[in-house]
Design a protein. Structure first.
Ligand SMILES: Nc1ncnc2c1ncn2[C@@H]1O[C@H](COP(=O)(O)OP(=O)(O)OP(=O)(O)O)[C@@H](O)[C@H]1O
Ligand SMILES: Nc1ncnc2c1ncn2[C@@H]1O[C@H](COP(=O)(O)OP(=O)(O)OP(=O)(O)O)[C@@H](O)[C@H]1O
Ligand SMILES: [Mg+2]
Ligand SMILES: [Mg+2]
Lengths: 341, 310, 309, 541, 356
């Protein structure tokens, strides 16, 4: 608490004139205006994990769009004379440890053995189809299924959970019991029924997903809405005479959106897996179309001999999962009001 | 005061909640009037039913029993959607928690304009914005704030936004449920000053709920003291502070610490023992007017005693 | 408490009956006969078989007679296995599934909790990402691929573990790991979130202010509280795993229920479908009830009587 | 026989633990559970195979797939009477059930009557008719005066050890048929005592074969033990056989590699890994795969040129050499090779060794296609390709789609993958354009294949109808002159394949096998049970 | 008087997404043996951060003590390793938190939560610790303490929970007790009880207390000395009488003026306009200047040093500089200063219901 008195003495008189107090009249707020989303985005940007996830997703989405067109092969074009070739990539073929030189795990150069001149970047499958094209084509379908699942989550899960919680009481009770029943019914039966009625393929898979796929989402939304609907801002809106529709649309949904997005991040991988399981039991996508799940499943049998058939789609499926999980976790942090301020 | 016009009459209001197997009698037989242009303070310990009273009055809850008569009309009677809407414009509420009472996903202008939108009070987008700007100025904020989000504001500013929202529909009566208890001391004054100013300018009537008695006394004309869902004492604020009759009121007053060390050194707290007090006499205590405008829940016997001493 | 459970049991019974009924009717929509190698049978024989098993009756009649038998505990006989009792079949299959499920849950939960805790304690650090990536890999590689890789490397190449079959503890290790990978990932993810939540609570600061060591704080104050929400997800998880997973059972040659169930649906073995479904939903409903009761035990704040949801 | 596309139990053979070379234990696996051990109920390969090890009929198949004496003590006496033949079998004195009781003629009659009894609903009841046993067909034909009258069957227990069988319609494969499970005896007294429980568990049945079930854990597997009561027990080397149900190919190969099973079937992917090893071999099975062309309902497929184009466009070599890679052979024929020999001792296939249109290929396919399209007056055709949800059928469908689409302009194929039961339902209802079919023999005769495509045949399912074909088949059924019959059947196949091009045959199935070299005398059969373990010996392990 | 704790030039910062939050920017104060020091200031002024720094509980990351020392006896707590700090926490310095509802672990019995510290610091065994826990509960006025040690927090009312929290803090007879807004979440009546309890305990045990609050009424009740914080700094410090009856800093004026004086209703409350400064980028000069109606040019340029008013009273405002113009404090403050102590009690209830 010592003071440097001498120095203070030197202060000139004009310094002690009243300052311009305009500032007092105007309320100020610190910092630039940031909306909720902007704020969340700002925090997300600072999260290296989430950004990595986002970038991976973007790259994969991009590849799923342009990947199949990057070489001259189509996803269905068979040529048994070049079946089951391992991956071979120009330039990288010279880097031995990458294993992109067309040599299989038993050390034979399959390209040489089969007299193939072309390069197949991810190798070929049992029909001699280009894996690169198929894998990205499969990624496209898997992502499509994922997007559809997310959509179902949005449409059914959000509405169901929202209605259940908003109306509460008996409605809630009944709706929740219905969920219990839905979970109790073996959905494989439903899937088979869908396949019978609508033919196998994406549509049936999506329908199958819509039977119970949204339950998790509805639970989350319900929990959130239960919490939110007693919040004071909702009460405020009601005292202003807001209708239920307005309360739901303007207040509840926007506030659960964060949670919804996060949940979607986890729904997406689940949907991709669900399709892979269907492939495993033979009820997946309609060949020769492929999904990542069905490609892995086809290649799985030859895991020990032709690991490349499983390797590439597995890497991509893993990347997708990791990316969505990282992004999901990042979003959770970014949307977490407790970490705000 | 009795010559004043009654704006709100509350008669034997009851609000019971079902919780699991039992019921919570949050409000259990309230009767009081609020006059036009006054501020009626409602104090009492946490959980005594203050918020419930406020919310029941504004119909956020449907009353279990009793009447709320606003401008001569029973608020809790059957109402058409249209009538309800009309009612919603006349009575508004300011909430306790400035953080929870503003939708974090809406801009300030949308929050304030919500009532305008619902009731179609603006003919055009421009009119709507003008009204919002005017309201912002009324509560001491400025235009630039319109497009910002609640989390960018301090507690006091948020509370003022809440007030602006309530004012947007030109209400006659505002229920303020602990509007300052979540705020910093230095900011409480902003809000209280604003409320006073608005009352003067617009002739508003307030129901001011709080547990901070010094602030309640400062702002209220009359004060009701609640205890366990009932009003135990009701008087003009000066009178109540000068001459608290009910032992609970006394204990409440004696517990307030004041920013005055001298006084604090000598303050003695009175302890209210409800078990003892309530079991003293089997008779149910009812509100009786001891002196003009000073009501107290008491037994016949106590009433006579009060009459003598006063 | 007693009354609460009583009430729950009544609603459980209703749910159970609805599930049973819906499954019954849906199942009847499945195409084809339930008989083994139906293409070998002549049309006359199929008619005869249908007659024998009452499959020619209107579905409603079949339904009521099924329900009637159900009440006396008669689940019927398998069409595929030539008249063996459904209850016997479920009985001999449930053991391995339950054992495996239990072991995976325990392992998965322990590892998952551990990873989740580490990740939360080192939030946003390299360790956090690393742990989460490991956890996520656990679910992102389909578990049949994990199983296949383990079988080849641990079983064939290094001969550390038996390749397949169900014959003692060593045989359970690989399938357990394959199944537990999902549990690990799920639990780790939830635990991380919950731990972060709990670590921000005031009582953690209180505990630290007592001078407890960080380990003591974590062990005594955070884990238990963070685990409470985990119990919710454990309910369905336990059921899903106890009842077996088709894929793993098939790869490791485990005579479990999951494989039987999927197979019964594919072959229209109606009594088995019904029997397993009923068994599953019963298990599901009971586990949910147990979870709710567990809640009350772990979290003293939740009193069953008041606690709905 | 059977719809070979859905299952096929395979067993492999022989190892023992420890250093003793003489430890006679063989470890195998099966790809499916045993659905039934009741000889009147079984329809599937796994059951038949297990029954072949633990039961025995009058004959059993030997190493060369020839019937050799089983429970029958000697070759039967044959007597011709009114165009019927009466065989009198004598049952071995030492033929015993595993509880020590004798196998009697009555046990045969009991089992046979049971199979024929409509109430039993035995899927193979028709075998009695196939074998030509008197009234065998009539008894199971609804509306026939003999319907249900099992005692009218031409089989009689003359005394405890004498069985008299009257055949109204002599077939050359009669004795071979008797090795089939449907003709096995059942222990009458014991079975009656067990009632509903009979043959449901290891201890609710009796055995008269080389082995008994020592354990049967449904779902997990079963173990055999040498049957000391077996009349020929001294020939039996193996003391024990373990069988587990393994459905995953990779797992079975891994089990083989770690010595847990002694024999495994490989699929294409694994062949490359093992094909140079000593323990590798392939077996050609008499099981045919083909595409059904729904000529009854589909206008385009009713056109022969179109069918021809499909027949020719399909490159079978790629399929068998690359995709199947397991010893399967490309087939342009319908009756398999290495299956049955004619009266002249030559293989049935000798007459059209490489099948039909052997020297024609893509160019002719295109030509036929154009012609077909022109006739139809269109330039594009859509086909729905119905298949099942198994891996293999999916592969075949994908291959076919690409083969056809890439070679035949204007053709679009949509694959419809369905669960097995639904597949059958759709196929039966004719709700498809092309579907995958498979067929294995029920008895060692070309007729087991040819009768399928009679008009209204239960397995026709594609609206194929040819008077000429029907005539040839029904004549052949009645013809008693072997050589003539043979000719008729060859002619019938030619009509089916060359004249009508009713189906598109794809391949004859092979099995790629790895088997430990120490497993000796593991005999594989071409019909009925897959294999016999009776003679297996572990040597040099 | 013996200084038991001394904080010198303490700086604490948090690294956040938005940048470095300079929460505490050079705090100096000391605590004497047996006294109660109240720290007041508005929300976000750094009161809690300061006290957490003393406890070594600044979460790291994102927080860190940038500089300064915290002298406790001959130890500098700012640099003590965590292990050493754990020995001090709860035994020599302990802390009570604001919200009794959340500062107890809901899944652990009250008894166990009290016993933890005892077992750790006093090497008691379980039964000893339990005995002591019961004793402590009795001390803080929990009836039927024996029965209630095995109950869970949710079975206690708010006031009782706060007593439990106090019992936990007092368990090992700490020399310093830091109470961070221990009564803010409570009802007035319960608040009064808790304050009485703390006064009582201090008398009995001679503990030194740092009492953090923004309620000036509470300060008047409990404090011996007061430190007023604003934007991470202490702007005025003095004895309780000096602060209440002779406040020097305009911010202190604002604080005192914003509480209604109970004897009159007519005058407007003195609201402090505006909102607190952004600690990410604290203003140059006096942080309070933008909200200060008495601000001078120099306030916007230079941080004021602490000017000495008396031996015990210091304030950091340029108004105390000799060159500064004399300013009139607001009316309410003037009244305080003139009266030094008001003659009359302000409200009637001062000594209970004497009017009745
Ligand atoms: N929706 C509700 N359901 C059940 N009980 C309720 C509900 N709302 C309030 N209560 C109960 O009613 C009682 C009165 O609550 P209320 O919120 O009105 O008290 P309060 O006086 O406003 O308290 P505080 O000062 O803490 O805000 C409490 O016991 C509370 O638990
Ligand atoms: N963990 C943290 N991360 C980032 N900033 C923090 C953190 N903890 C505190 N702060 C910042 O430090 C500043 C001082 O906070 P502190 O909690 O000390 O305020 P306070 O005076 O105790 O206020 P209150 O009266 O609201 O408790 C605030 O601006 C706050 O935002
Ligand atoms: Mg309230
Ligand atoms: Mg604080």
């Amino acid at each position: 608490m010592s003071m440097k008195q001498e120095k203070l003495d030197e202060l000139s008189d004009h310094m002690f004139q009243p300052a311009n107090t305009d500032a007092l009249e105007n309320e100020q707020i610190a910092g630039e205006s940031t909306g909720f989303w902007k704020d969340a985005w700002r925090r997300l940007k600072k999260n290296p994990g989430a950004i990595t996830g986002l970038i991976i997703i973007l790259i994969i989405v991009l590849m799923s769009i342009i990947g199949p067109g990057m070489n001259e092969y189509s996803y269905s074009q068979q040529d048994l004379s070049r079946a089951k070739l391992p991956a071979k990539v120009p330039v990288l073929e010279n880097v031995d440890f990458l294993g992109l030189n067309g040599v299989d795990i038993r050390g034979t150069d399959q390209y040489e053995a089969k007299g193939v001149e072309e390069y197949f970047w991810f190798g070929t499958d049992g029909f001699g189809r280009d894996q690169w094209t198929r894998v990205w084509q499969g990624t496209r379908i898997s992502l499509f299924i994922a997007a559809a699942a997310a959509f179902i989550d949005f449409v059914i899960g959000v509405a169901y959970g929202g209605i259940s919680a908003y109306y509460g009481g008996r409605v809630d009770n009944i709706l929740q019991r219905i969920i219990e029943v839905l979970i109790g019914i073996p959905n494989l039966i439903l899937i088979i029924l869908f396949i019978l009625i609508f033919e196998p393929g994406i549509f049936s898979i999506i329908l199958a997903l819509s039977v119970t796929g949204w339950v998790g989402m509805s639970r989350i939304v319900r929990g959130q809405v239960l919490k939110l609907k007693t919040q004071e801002f909702v009460l405020a809106s009601r005292t202003l005479g807001a209708t239920s529709g307005r309360v739901i649309g303007k207040h509840l949904i926007p506030n659960v959106l964060g949670q919804i997005i996060i949940t979607t991040m986890f729904t997406i991988p689940n949907a991709i897996f669900f399709e892979a399981f269907l492939s495993f039991i033979g009820l997946g996508i309609r060949p020769p179309e492929a999904s990542l799940g069905s490609i892995i499943n086809d290649g799985f049998k030859s895991l020990q001999i032709y690991p490349h058939l499983v390797l590439w789609p597995s890497i991509i499926i893993s990347l997708i999962m990791i990316a969505f999980n990282l992004l999901g976790d990042g979003l959770r942090d970014a949307f977490d009001p407790k970490l705000r301020k | 005061m009795s010559n004043q016009e009654k704006l709100l009459e509350i008669k034997n209001l009851k609000q019971h909640f079902k919780v699991g197997k039992g019921t919570v009698k949050a409000v259990d037989g309230l009767t009081f009037d609020i006059y036009k242009g006054e501020t009626f303070g409602l104090v009492g310990e946490s959980g005594c039913g203050k918020s419930t009273t406020g919310r029941t009055i504004i119909r956020l809850y449907n009353a279990t029993d009793g009447e709320v008569i606003f401008n001569g009309e029973d608020v809790h009677g059957k109402k058409s959607a249209k009538e309800l809407k009309k009612f919603n414009r006349k009575m508004q509420m300011i909430f306790q928690d400035p953080y929870a009472s503003l939708n974090p996903r809406m801009t300030v202008s949308d929050i304030i304009a919500e009532g305008i939108d619902i009731h179609g009070l603006a003919s055009s987008k421009k009119a709507r914005m003008d009204k919002v700007h005017e309201l912002l100025e009324t509560v001491g904020l400025n235009k630039e704030h319109a497009n910002r989000y609640p989390h960018e504001f301090s507690g006091g500013q948020r509370q003022r936004i809440g007030i602006a929202r309530a004012l947007a529909v030109d209400p006659e009566f505002i229920i303020a449920d602990e509007p300052i208890s979540a705020l910093d001391v230095s900011i409480q004054a902003q809000v209280v000053n604003l409320m006073k100013k608005l009352q003067r300018e617009k002739g508003l009537t307030y129901l001011f709920i709080a547990h901070d008695l010094s602030m309640v006394k400062y702002i209220s004309d009359r004060i009701g003291v609640m205890y366990r869902g009932e009003i135990v004492e009701l008087a003009e604020s000066e009178e109540l502070y000068r001459n608290p009759l009910h032992p609970y009121t006394q204990s409440l007053l004696s517990a307030i610490p004041l920013p005055d060390p001298e006084y604090e050194r000598s303050r003695k707290r009175k302890i209210y023992d409800p078990e003892k007090h309530l079991s003293e006499n089997g008779e149910k205590r009812v509100l009786r007017e001891v002196t003009e405008g000073h009501w107290i829940a008491c037994t016949e016997e106590e009433f006579n005693k009060f009459n003598v001493t006063v | 408490m007693g009354r609460y459970i009583g009430g729950r049991v009544v609603s459980m019974v209703i749910t159970f009956l609805i599930i049973a009924s819906l499954t019954f009717f849906l199942m009847k929509l499945l195409p084809g006969t339930p008989f083994n190698n139906q293409e070998k049978l002549t049309d006359t024989q199929i008619v005869q078989l249908n007659e024998k098993y009452g499959l020619n009756d209107p579905v409603a009649v079949q339904y009521f007679s099924y329900m009637k038998n159900l009440f006396v505990g008669d689940l019927g006989v398998s069409f595929q296995q030539d008249g063996r009792e459904v209850s016997t079949i479920i009985g001999e299959r449930i053991g391995p599934s339950a054992y495996l499920g239990f072991q995976s849950i325990v392992l998965g939960t322990i590892v998952g909790l551990f990873l989740g805790i580490i990740a939360a304690l080192r939030h946003n650090s390299f360790l956090d990402y690393g742990t989460m990536v490991i956890a996520v890999l656990g679910i992102s590689i389909p578990n049949f691929v994990i199983a296949g890789l383990m079988q080849y490397w641990l079983g064939v190449k290094w001969e550390l573990l038996p390749v397949a079959y169900w014959d003692g503890f060593a045989y359970t290790i690989m399938p357990t790991i394959a199944i537990a990978s999902i549990v690990v990932a799920t639990i780790a993810r939830f635990m991380r979130t919950e731990m972060l939540e709990v670590l921000g609570q005031d009582y953690i600061t209180t505990a630290k202010a007592k001078g407890l060591s960080s380990t003591a704080v974590v062990i005594r104050h955070t884990i238990r509280n963070a685990s409470i929400p985990i119990i919710t997800i454990m309910g369905p998880l336990v059921v899903a795993l106890m009842t077996g997973t088709l894929v793993i059972e098939q790869i490791f040659v485990i005579p479990g229920l999951g494989e039987k169930f999927v197979n019964s649906i594919m072959t229209n073995d109606f009594p088995i479908i019904m029997g397993t479904t009923l068994f599953y939903s019963l298990l599901f409903i009971v586990v949910i009830l147990l979870v709710d009761i567990m809640y009350g035990i772990i979290d003293p704040r939740i009193r069953l009587a008041g606690g709905k949801d | 026989g059977g719809g070979g596309s859905n299952n096929g139990g395979n067993n492999g053979g022989g190892e023992g633990n420890g250093d003793s070379a003489s430890e006679q234990i063989m470890n195998l696996y099966a790809t499916a559970e045993i659905p039934s051990m009741d000889t009147t109920q079984a329809t599937d390969a796994t059951s038949f195979n297990a029954m072949n090890q633990v039961f025995e009929g009058l004959y059993r198949l030997d190493e060369n797939n020839e019937p050799t004496l089983g429970v029958a003590a000697e070759e039967p006496k044959e007597e011709e009477k009114d165009g019927e033949t009466v065989y009198t079998f004598t049952i071995r004195d030492d033929a015993k059930w595993s509880d020590g009781s004798a196998v009697t003629a009555e046990d045969f009659i009991y089992a046979w009557h049971k199979a024929l009894n409509p109430e039993t609903i035995s899927p193979y009841a028709s075998m009695f008719g196939t074998a030509g046993i008197k009234n065998g067909n009539a008894i199971i034909t609804e509306g026939d005066p003999l319907y249900g009258k099992v005692e009218e069957l031409g089989a009689k227990a003359v005394d405890e050890k004498t069985l008299e069988v009257t055949v109204e319609n002599q077939v050359p494969y009669f004795k071979s048929l008797l090795t089939f499970a449907t003709f096995y005896p059942q222990p009458k007294a014991f079975a009656e005592e067990q009632g509903e429980e009979f043959a449901l568990e290891a201890d609710t049945m009796l055995y008269n074969g080389p082995f008994v079930f020592s354990e049967w854990n449904h779902g997990e597997g079963w173990n055999y033990k040498k049957n000391p009561e077996y009349w020929d027990a001294e020939v039996v080397n193996l003391e024990e056989i373990t069988v587990k149900v393994v459905k995953d190919t990779a797992t079975s190969v891994n089990l083989y590699e770690t010595g847990k099973v002694d024999r495994a079937t490989l699929d294409a992917d694994f062949v490359d890994q093992f094909k140079d090893g000593e323990d590798f071999s392939t077996i050609l099975e008499p099981t045919m795969f083909f595409l059904r062309l729904n000529q009854g309902e589909n206008e385009a497929l009713a056109n022969k040129d179109i069918r021809k184009a499909l027949f020719l466009a399909y490159d079978r070599e790629g399929l068998v050499n690359v995709l199947l890679n397991n010893g399967s052979v490309a087939a342009k024929y319908f009756v398999p090779k290495d299956f049955v020999k004619g009266p002249d001792g030559a293989d049935f296939r000798e007459f059209a060794k490489d099948g039909f249109f052997a020297d024609q290929g893509e160019a002719e396919a295109k030509e036929a296609w154009e012609a077909g399209l022109e006739a139809l007056g269109t330039d594009s055709v859509d086909f729905e390709f119905l298949t099942t949800d198994t891996e293999l059928s999916s592969t075949i469908a994908e291959y076919a789609k690409e083969q056809f689409e890439s070679k035949l302009d204007g053709l679009t194929i949509t694959i419809n993958k369905q669960p097995w039961k639904q597949f059958l339902k759709l196929e039966d209802a004719g709700d498809f354009d092309i579907s995958t079919g498979g067929w294995g023999p029920d008895y060692p005769d070309p007729m087991t294949f040819l009768y399928m495509f009679e008009t209204d045949g239960a397995y026709n399912r594609m609206g194929y109808s040819s008077e000429k074909y029907d005539q040839l088949v029904s004549d052949a059924k009645k013809e008693t002159d072997e050589a003539k019959r043979w000719e008729m059947m060859q002619e019938a196949e030619k009509v089916l394949m060359e004249e009508d091009i009713a189906i598109v045959p794809t391949y004859q199935r092979g099995l790629a096998i790895i088997q430990q070299p120490y497993v000796k005398n593991y005999y594989v059969h071409t019909f009925g049970a897959d294999a016999s373990y009776k003679w297996v010996k572990i040597e040099g392990k | 008087m013996e200084k038991i704790l001394e904080v010198n030039d303490l700086h604490v910062s948090f690294d956040t997404f938005a940048g470095e939050v300079k929460a505490v920017r050079g705090v100096n104060f000391h605590l004497n043996k047996g006294e109660t020091l109240a720290i007041v200031g508005e929300s976000g002024s750094g009161k809690s951060v300061t006290s957490k720094a003393v406890m070594g509980l600044i979460p790291n990351p994102p927080g860190r003590i940038k500089q300064g020392e915290i002298k406790f006896g001959d130890r500098n707590l700012a640099q003590l390793p965590e292990k050493e700090m754990q020995k001090i926490r709860g035994s020599e310095i302990s802390m009570i938190f604001q919200d009794p509802m959340t500062s107890l672990n809901p899944t652990m019995t009250i008894g166990k939560q009290i016993m933890e510290g005892l077992i750790k610091h006093q090497n008691m065994n379980k039964s000893e610790a339990k005995e002591r826990a019961i004793e402590l509960l009795k001390l803080v006025g929990i009836p039927n303490a024996e029965g209630r040690v095995t109950e869970y927090p949710h079975q206690f009312s708010g006031g009782m929970r706060q007593r439990v929290v106090i019992a936990i803090a007092l368990a090992c007879n700490p020399r310093v007790l830091i109470a961070d807004e221990p009564t803010t979440a409570l009802d007035v009546t319960i608040q009064a009880q808790i304050l009485e309890l703390l006064n009582d305990l201090q008398e009995k045990m001679g503990t030194s207390i740092i009492f953090i609050t923004h309620d000036l009424g509470v300060v008047a009740n409990i404090a011996d000395r007061v430190a007023v914080m604003y934007a991470g700094k202490i702007v005025e410090t003095g004895t309780v009488d000096e602060i209440f009856y002779n406040p020097q800093h305009p911010y202190t004026w604002g604080l005192l003026g914003s509480m209604p004086s109970l004897d009159s209703t007519d005058e407007e409350l003195i609201a402090i306009p505006g909102s607190p400064p952004d600690l990410l980028d604290p203003p140059k000069g006096d942080a309070f200047a933008p909200r200060n109606p008495y601000a001078m040019q120099i306030d916007t340029e230079m941080e004021p040093p602490l000017f000495k008013v008396s031996d015990t009273h210091y304030a950091a405002t340029w108004l105390l500089h000799e060159k500064a113009p004399k300013v009139e404090p607001p009316a309410a403050i003037k009244k305080r200063m003139q009266g030094m102590a008001p003659d009359e009690p302000i409200i009637g209830a001062k000594d209970g219901g004497k009017h009745v």
